[in-house]
Design a protein around this ligand. Structure first.
Ligand code: 6PG
Length: 240
């Protein structure tokens, strides 16, 4: 069963997610010398990244390697780029502290970008990567990363990174796949706002239907699953 924590405000949610990031980073750096984190895109985690930038002195950033769970098929300086969001909310403030960031090269054609990222991951890890932390968001349609309802990527068992066209957003996306996500030591969903309450209830309390609620496919094999919610996102599971 996942650990579910509910916070009174989006600010407390972001700070708690930041503290979890720091706690797991200290543990990983102590254990192996390196902290490998896979970051979520979207807007919710922006506050977490800003918190980490403001509390940057808490970490040996030169021992931190940042990766991305998904990316829009746009260049890195495009307003829709997840990399740009992370750069603006955190990386620019950490400049010079030695953090290593491996962005998805989404300026290439989708399939090539996915292939390049997978090749990069295979060059950095022996076997399937075991990320110390995977941060994930949740869409109102219960998608996570870019695993959208009705897409084959939900069931991908071989490739670590795929590119696919998403009808509901009329755009190509690149996403890591469940074999990678579920191999992590800790997977943490960060979900905020009333608009996500129905998706949270469906994923956590609804019937098992990964094609409809793709976030349900996130079941770490050996790691822990955490849900960090604010009270608005949790309102339908609190009343039950
Ligand atoms: C993306 C994210 C995506 C996001 C959800 C929630 O590229 O947009 O990876 O999975 O986490 O869509 O997005 P918000 O945080 O903006 O609500």
């Amino acid at each position: 069963m996942p650990q579910i924590d509910v916070y009174d405000t989006p600010e407390l949610l972001a700070a708690s997610a930041g503290e979890l990031f720091v706690e797991l980073a200290h543990q990983a750096i102590q254990d192996s010398g390196t902290f490998n984190a896979l970051l979520s895109g979207g807007t919710t985690p922006r506050a977490v990244y800003r918190w980490l930038a403001e509390h940057g002195e808490m970490l040996d950033w030169h021992r931190v390697r940042l990766f991305f769970g998904d990316e829009r098929c746009v260049p890195p300086e495009h307003p829709d780029s997840n990399y740009r969001m992370v750069r603006e909310s955190m990386l620019d403030a950490l400049d010079g502290l030695g953090v290593t960031t491996y962005r998805i090269p989404a300026e290439y054609p989708p399939a090539e970008a996915a292939s390049r990222y997978e090749t990069l991951l295979r060059s950095l890890f022996d076997g399937t990567p075991v990320f110390d932390l995977v941060l994930l968001g949740l869409g109102a349609d219960a998608h996570t990363a870019s695993l959208f309802p009705g897409t084959q990527a939900i069931h991908e068992e071989q490739a670590w990174v795929v590119a696919h066209y998403i009808e509901s957003v009329a755009a190509w996306r690149i996403t890591v796949t469940p074999p990678l996500l579920n191999n992590a030591k800790t997977v943490a969903f960060i979900v905020s706002g009333e608009g996500k309450a129905a998706a949270v209830e469906a994923v956590l309390r609804g019937g098992h239907a990964v094609d409809v609620y793709p976030a349900q496919v996130i079941q770490p094999l050996n790691g822990s699953l955490r849900w960090l919610l604010d009270i608005d996102a949790a309102k339908l599971i609190l009343s039950g």
